[in-house]
Write a new protein. Structure first.
Length: 676
């Protein structure tokens, strides 16, 4: 058989997952080549013919064993063999001697998944149903502590046994949730719902709510919202006003993740209106928690503390530990943002860990990173991002993993680690998950890195970012896009349209002083004058006031070298401009470095340094950072088109970089350049 690496090499050029091909074929070269020729959606006819020809040589009893094994992947255990096959089990040796089946961990199995599929496809519906019923009955006789709930649910569904599905699928989902396998949990709840037509509306709603929870954590946000809204409809039908209102409260966190602030506000207010009018119950914590979250998005720390404290009080009274932890996270986050006090947030994290509340632990670590980043303590923020990502690894907490990567890409951008920011952005954009805000951050970071380095093709990134922001009603998303568009317009010398593109965000009363200050700054750079109301010590307001020295100090205190150089570039002091030029060349920020160079010359400065950027000069072959990135991918054997896609550059730009690399290295070809 071929190794996984061999299958991957053979599959090169085919639009398939090599790991899946190896899993289906166990590396059998004939099966691999036939599968690659036919695709992986079905068993190729040639493979089916080979498998069935071998099965046809078996006697009837051995063929019956083969058929039974085909419906019981990954293997038919020895204790099930007699229960499912009866006297036909005596023919198992014939199956093994023929090579159709193999011994596997105390049972029998097919040598290749493709062979199993080929046999299973030939079964008549009646025969398939009977076999699944037999396997289900045999598995149900297994002692309770050894039962594989997911396998029981699988065979119950294929046996058409609705009662068994509703017994085993939710139990399998709960077990999967306990293990952090949230995709499996969502699939099991979905299986149960396919057989839930005869249940009461409240029972269907409970399954829908749990499915929504699992989908939310795996970052399938649209499906999670749909499931929870369907649960709300079921609860309305049942007349369960309290449960319906609580579900609306839980909907708020899903809506805010997608930037749907208007819808979130409506849901939160309706939830608290209904539940405050009813006798107090544990459900009230869902409504108060929703109000705390909504207040956080509004930036009202006092209301966050009030609603968060009430959430904790109600949750503790009714012994709802997870809701109490969530309430402490809300209040603790407000403390960190306001006073720089992380004590309550750390307490909530410790409690989440003690009670094995993995999603609330991720939530706390994310908010610790977010809070310290907002306070300018990048070192602590980076530590919590790394801790949070390590926590999410293997737990299928994609929602929080992507949120943490969204924080990381912005942190790397702000700290001047632009190559790292590019890599993180590519990681986010390669995701098939659903989070729009991390995607927005990745697109904006890539666009800024390109523009600040003087690379082309920022427009496609900005168009996609604008599309993402347009799908939300969060003014911060639109303002962030407007700021980046205005900065890039200034760097690229095309101010037309900046006024129109930024005016709405500038006038938005809900936009923070930070956004108004930054917007006003970039609008002024593009020839549009504003006098916004901003905090006097906010860095952008210092730029607007012409206090470049305080601006430099403020940006350096926040660890943002590019913005510090930008502030220095506004000085008429030759020393300050030279300092800015040195920093910009270190960052390889070509466009702004050229502006500073022209300003120095206009002031009559002499001996303005030309020459390569420091990082280029430090390279033995005088390759730029971007050319070094391209060379690494050349060494991996990638074509120019693949490199362009990986680095988010145009094919023409990569062609130019490759030509420059060959020239600087004196290489006659790509292979020689890579070897050098």
């Amino acid at each position: 058989p071929l190794s996984p690496a061999g299958v991957e090499r053979l599959a090169s050029g085919h639009d398939v997952d090599p790991a899946r091909v190896h899993a289906l074929t166990a590396g059998n070269p004939f099966f691999v080549t036939e599968l690659l020729a036919a695709g992986v959606t079905s068993v190729p006819d040639t493979v089916r013919d080979v498998v069935l020809a071998r099965v046809a040589q078996l006697g009837p009893r051995a063929a019956a064993v083969v058929e039974a094994t085909s419906v019981a992947p990954p293997a038919l255990e020895s204790e099930l063999l007699l229960a499912v096959c009866g006297e036909d089990a005596d023919a198992v040796d014939e199956c093994l001697e023929s090579g159709v089946l193999r011994a596997s961990d105390g049972g029998i199995a097919f040598r290749h998944e493709l062979a199993r599929n080929a046999v299973e496809e030939t079964l008549s519906p009646t025969r398939r149903l009977a076999l699944h019923q037999a396997v289900l009955l045999a598995l149900a006789d297994t002692p309770r502590g050894r039962r594989d709930l997911a396998r029981l649910a699988h065979h119950a569904e294929l046996a058409g046994d609705a009662q068994a599905v509703l017994r085993y699928a939710p139990a399998a989902a709960r077990e999967a949730t306990r293990l952090g396998a949230h995709r499996e949990a969502a699939a099991q709840y979905d299986r149960a719902l396919r057989f839930a037509g005869g249940l009461a509306p409240e029972e269907r709603a409970a399954l829908l709510e749990r499915r929504s929870d699992a989908l939310y954590l795996t970052d399938d946000q649209r499906a999670a919202i749909d499931a929870l809204e369907e649960a709300i409809d079921e609860l309305r039908t049942a007349g369960a006003a309290d449960c319906e209102a609580a579900a609306r409260g839980r909907l708020v966190s899903l809506l805010t993740c997608r930037g749907l602030m208007s819808e979130a506000e409506t849901a939160a207010l309706e939830s608290i209106r209904v539940l405050e009018a009813l006798p107090e119950s544990a459900l009230l914590a869902d409504a108060t928690g929703a109000m705390a979250l909504l207040s956080a998005y509004r930036g009202d720390d006092g209301e966050v503390r009030r609603w968060g404290a009430r959430t904790v009080e109600v949750a503790e009274r009714f012994d709802e530990t997870e809701k109490a932890v969530a309430g402490r996270i809300r209040v603790g986050t407000s403390d960190l943002f306001g006073e720089g006090d992380d004590a309550l947030l750390l307490r909530a994290l410790d409690e989440a860990r003690r009670h094995r509340l993995s999603q609330e632990a991720a939530h706390a670590m994310h908010n610790l990173a977010l809070g310290w980043s907002a306070r300018g303590d990048d070192a602590r923020a980076a530590e919590w991002i790394a801790s949070g990502l390590a926590h999410c690894d293997g737990l299928e907490l994609d929602l929080w993993r992507l949120a943490l990567l969204g924080l990381r890409v912005r942190l790397e951008l702000d700290r001047g680690r632009w190559t790292a920011a590019t890599s993180t952005a590519q990681l986010i954009l390669a995701e098939s998950r659903d989070s729009p805000e991390p995607r927005l951050q990745a697109l904006l970071a890539l666009a800024l890195v390109r523009a600040r380095r003087g690379d082309p093709e920022t427009a496609p990134l900005l168009r996609e970012a604008a599309t993402v922001a347009a799908g939300a009603s969060d003014p911060g998303w639109a303002a962030s896009v407007a700021c980046v568009r205005a900065e890039i317009a200034w760097l690229e010398g095309r101010p037309d349209g900046v006024d129109e593109e930024t005016r709405r965000s500038m006038a938005d009363a809900t936009a923070s002083s930070w956004w108004r200050g930054e917007l006003a700054y970039w609008r002024r750079k593009n020839g549009v004058a504003d006098r916004p109301a901003v905090e006097p010590d906010e860095p952008w307001s210092l730029h607007l006031a012409g206090d470049w020295e305080s601006g430099v100090a403020a940006w350096r205190a926040r660890g943002r070298p590019y913005e510090a150089a930008l502030a220095l570039s506004e000085s008429d002091d030759e020393g300050a401009l030279r300092e800015a030029l040195e920093e910009l060349r270190r960052l390889e920020a070509g466009p702004l470095a050229r502006m500073v160079t022209r300003r120095l010359r206009a002031l009559g400065a002499r001996s303005v340094p030309r020459g390569p950027r420091p990082s280029t000069a430090a390279n033995a072959a005088h390759l730029t950072t971007r050319q070094q990135d391209v060379l690494v991918l050349l060494a991996e054997g990638l074509r120019n088109a693949d490199i362009a896609e990986r680095l988010f550059l145009s094919r023409r730009t990569v062609d130019h970089h490759v030509s420059a690399i060959l020239r600087k290295l004196g290489a006659r070809g790509r292979g020689e350049a890579a070897a050098t």
